[in-house]
Design a protein around this ligand. Structure first.
Ligand SMILES: [Zn+2]
Length: 267
């Protein structure tokens, strides 16, 4: 174990779990109170359900104005919905694969896409059980892949390469992931192996890194071209978005070979 990695004791880990559980219960209680109390009088608007009013606390540590008390959308969901509405890029011509789908988007996307398939590592309430690091799918089998908040949990080099392989040329991957934009390089730490260590280092017990802005190099190395949709005003204030959060649209070039170029090791 590297000596610069704090190593919580088992007692610390237990205490952390108890605190997290208690905070979770507290948040559910507060959310219920918000549902009753704050439907009016605060200038937020939910583009998913039309709720007008304040949003409720969510996240760890809690963000005080985050979760729609009507449809449970959080900031990144609202950013994605605004892009869907404004860009209108997904149409009946598209076959869409959606990882870890939120129910509100499943309803919407199954209506606007020509074909809509849901997937997750665990086959609960989804069409396919798929590991994004090794997709049991044919090459070029989808037009659109949606994978929000996935890459911070997995080997993102493998995941990007697999999404690239399974997209048809001209198809695109839509994704968000936590990024520390002020960091030039991504932070990983192989010594942070327990749930509580990963919480300390990566902000959540099942995350394995914090991306720096060099995530863009990894997207390019996988073969993708990149568009970025950044949350700015007046959307931030109106829809309650995280300032500067980025939605990535990664396109497999129309003339791309099926597989990404072989990745060079970072020296
Ligand atoms: Zn809502």
């Amino acid at each position: 174990m590297a000596k610069d990695v704090p190593v919580p004791s088992e007692a610390d880990a237990d205490r952390h779990r108890r605190i997290a559980d208690n905070l979770g219960r507290l948040q559910s209680k507060v959310l219920k109170e918000f549902r009753k109390a704050v439907s009016k009088g605060f200038p937020r608007e939910c583009p998913l359900c039309g709720h007008h009013g304040q949003f409720a606390p969510a996240g760890m540590p809690p963000r005080l104005d985050s979760q729609c008390p009507s449809c449970d959308s959080r900031e990144r969901h609202r950013l994605f919905k605004l892009w869907l509405d404004r860009d209108q890029r997904i149409t009946q011509a598209h076959k869409v694969l959606h990882f870890a789908p939120e129910p509100e988007f499943s309803k919407l996307l199954s209506r606007i896409a020509g074909a809509y398939v849901t997937a997750d590592l665990r086959p609960r309430r989804v069409d396919l059980a798929l590991n994004i690091e090794s997709l049991d799918l044919a090459d070029a089998s989808f037009d659109v892949i949606i994978a929000h908040q996935i890459l911070e949990h997995v080997d993102h080099h493998k995941a990007l390469a697999e999404c690239f392989r399974c997209l048809r040329p001209g198809g695109f991957l839509i994704m968000t992931t936590p990024i520390i934009e002020a960091w030039a390089t991504t932070y990983e730490n192989p010594d942070a192996t327990s749930e509580v260590q990963r919480f300390v280092h990566f902000g959540q017990g099942d995350h394995v890194r914090f991306f720096g802005r060099d995530i863009r190099d990894d997207m390019a190395a996988a073969g993708f071209t990149r568009e970025e949709v950044v949350s700015v005003e007046p959307d931030v204030s109106r829809y309650g978005l995280v300032r500067g959060e980025t939605l990535f649209i990664l396109t497999k070039p129309a003339k791309a070979a099926t597989r990404a170029p072989t990745r060079k090791k970072k020296g």
